[in-house]
Design a protein around this ligand. Structure first.
Ligand code: S3P
Length: 195
């Protein structure tokens, strides 16, 4: 894969750092960044909590699948941060497998709960955030795994370290000296981007 072939897509649970790491990668590689949740909000003219309340999760998921298809259709040289539930739609998983290099920022439930459970902008965590996070992690791990080319364990790591690990897994930086646990699942080879 090179950035001239396919977009780079970040997947993972809410709070795993997709947007932050995506922006850092974008600055480092000088490749445009887009956040699919922002596109959805713009298109709907409503915030995500408003959208969930007014039209329900199924309508949100439908819009999310449309937005992702459209973003993947924009072609290569794009870094896309997705919402945590993007992998729920089978057609989207299929698209991600074929049309993108996918990096899964893998986080476990305990550290995630610590980070996000009081965040009021996430409707799925409204009641019983700890239980919801545990349930969502368990349900979604197999789906993230299904689409991932690269897996980065992010628990307790600063975003800039996660960013370095993504770059290293893409062959764009020296392996971190601290024993990175990035796992390359697919056939990703070094990308041709400016250093
Ligand atoms: C969701 C994650 C959110 C947002 C929506 C649903 C999910 O995005 O798309 O609240 O189902 O996990 P982030 O992962 O960016 O928080």
């Amino acid at each position: 894969m090179t950035f001239d072939d396919q977009p780079l897509v970040l997947v993972g649970m809410m709070g795993s750092g997709k947007s932050n790491v995506g922006k850092k990668l974008s600055r480092r590689l000088d490749i445009p960044f887009v956040d699919s949740d922002h596109e959805i909000v713009e298109r709907a003219g409503q915030s995500i909590p408003e959208l969930f309340a007014a039209r329900g999760e199924p309508a949100f998921r439908e819009l999310e699948a449309q937005v992702i298809a459209e973003l993947l259709g924009r072609g290569p040289r794009l870094i896309i941060a997705t919402g945590g539930g993007v992998v729920l739609d089978p057609a989207t998983r299929h698209r991600l497998q074929g049309d993108a290099t996918v990096v899964w920022l893998r986080a476990t439930a305990g550290p995630l709960a610590h980070r996000i459970k009081r965040d009021g902008s996430r409707p799925l965590l409204a009641d019983d955030p700890d239980g919801a996070i545990r349930r969502l992690v368990a349900e979604r791990e197999p789906l993230y795994r299904e689409v991932a080319d690269i897996v980065i364990d992010v628990d307790h790591l600063e975003r800039k370290v996660v960013t370095q690990r993504v770059l290293a897994a893409l062959g764009l930086a020296a392996d971190p000296a601290d024993g990175s646990r990035a796992e390359t699942v697919g056939g990703v080879t070094p990308s041709e981007v400016p250093s």
